[in-house]
Design a binder for this molecule. Structure first.
Ligand code: RBF
Length: 359
């Protein structure tokens, strides 16, 4: 019970912080607009995708939209509306309310850990409205289905690769055992799963590994993200994991200039920066969303339930099948990576989701 009230406090603080940030950054960034009204088929099952931010550049948001569109293409009778709610979190509840008030959508799909909580009053006001929230979890709520990923595993694999690289004699790597991670913001999944998992993976390579964790404060400022990356590089970091949405590109640019390495979270992105992006851990949210929307369409999605999936279930995987990965990372490191992945797949290496999420 204790952690539930803590959860509420964390999100209240988050909402407040983001509201303040959003107000400061007002203007065009706060406006929402429909970016796609795609009618597929006629016999309407209407789905609205609520993007809490901007789709482009945020790997999991892109995957959510793609997953819904794939479900629509497969079923042929699903209408998809995509609403980008912008970066001012203080406006999200109002925008979600307006969407539900249309009473037009059989399902509203959204993602990130804050969304089910922001949706609670909306669900109360519109008791017939159903929601699917991915990359999040909430205690059973009869209008919601939630899916959480084991990002501890995802981050462990990333941190392990980072550790192997910084300890290697790869080009551009210094003698310090220091790797970095830059987050858009601090939020529970970041502080309870991603950063700890990243640290654990790095420590599995060498217990003396240092992890430099910095927070950008938004999900779009590529210049500021580049500055943060440069300051980390000056401090001896030679591998960085950016988890800051559209701002990731600033980190990639700084890494390219300094000839160090970037690890990529959630999507396979080697081609964005060949030779710079050394490894990608994929979270297959496209598949998860597609499957769940099809279930909702078929009437078999069990609202009131939630699930947690990771490597064993096939939703988190290391993208080792790319020629660019093989070209950038030497065989001995790739060998160690594939052993770590195999031990996670077999369950020999098992990382439990922290207590925080045990409802
Ligand atoms: N991730 C992004 O890539 N882009 C975003 O705009 C973004 N906004 C977020 C807002 C909030 C309130 C929270 C809690 C998370 C956000 N995330 C965002 C993080 C995302 O849900 C996920 O944790 C990371 O992408 C790592 O998988």
């Amino acid at each position: 019970m204790k952690h539930k009230s803590r959860k509420k406090v964390v999100f209240t603080v988050l909402v407040f912080t983001l509201t303040a940030t959003g107000l400061l950054l007002s203007g065009c960034r706060g406006k929402s607009h429909a970016v796609g009204d795609q009618k597929i088929g006629n016999t309407g099952f209407n789905v609205a995708v609520f993007v809490p931010g901007v789709t482009e550049g945020s790997p999991l948001y892109e995957q959510m939209v793609e997953g819904v569109k794939k479900a629509a293409a497969e079923k042929g009778a699903i209408t998809v509306k995509v609403l980008e709610a912008g970066f001012n979190q203080g406006e999200w509840e109002e925008k979600l309310t307006a969407l539900a008030a249309e009473k037009k959508y059989d399902l509203i799909v959204s993602e990130n850990g804050a969304m089910p909580y922001i949706a609670l009053p909306v669900a109360k006001a519109f008791p017939d409205q159903k929601f699917l929230f991915v990359d999040s979890i909430i205690k059973p709520h009869k209008q919601m289905y939630t899916l959480l990923y084991n990002q501890m595993e995802e981050a462990y694999l990333t941190g392990y690769l980072g550790g192997l690289i910084t300890k290697s004699s790869m080009k551009g790597v210094n003698r310090d055992l220091k790797i970095g991670i830059i987050a858009g913001q601090e939020f529970p999944a970041m502080t309870e799963m991603i950063v700890p998992g990243y640290r654990m993976g790095a420590a599995a390579v060498d217990s003396g590994m240092e992890v430099d964790f910095r927070v950008l404060g938004n999900w779009y400022d590529a210049n500021k993200a580049g500055e943060l990356a440069k300051s980390m590089i000056d401090a001896g970091v030679d591998v960085i994991l950016p988890v800051c949405g559209g701002a990731n590109q600033g980190v990639i640019a700084a890494a390219r200039e300094a000839e160090i390495y970037v690890l990529y979270f959630d999507s396979e992105a080697y081609s964005l920066a060949p030779g710079v992006i050394a490894g990608c851990v994929v979270l297959d949210q496209t598949r998860a969303v597609k499957e769940l929307v099809i279930k909702a369409y078929d009437g078999t999605l069990e609202y009131g339930k939630s699930a947690i999936v990771g490597v064993k279930e096939g939703y988190v995987r290391f993208a080792d099948n790319s020629g660019l990965y093989r070209k950038t990372v030497p065989a001995e490191i790739r060998e160690k990576m594939s052993m770590a992945v195999k031990s996670m797949e077999s369950g020999a290496l098992s990382l439990k989701i922290p207590e925080y999420w045990n409802n």
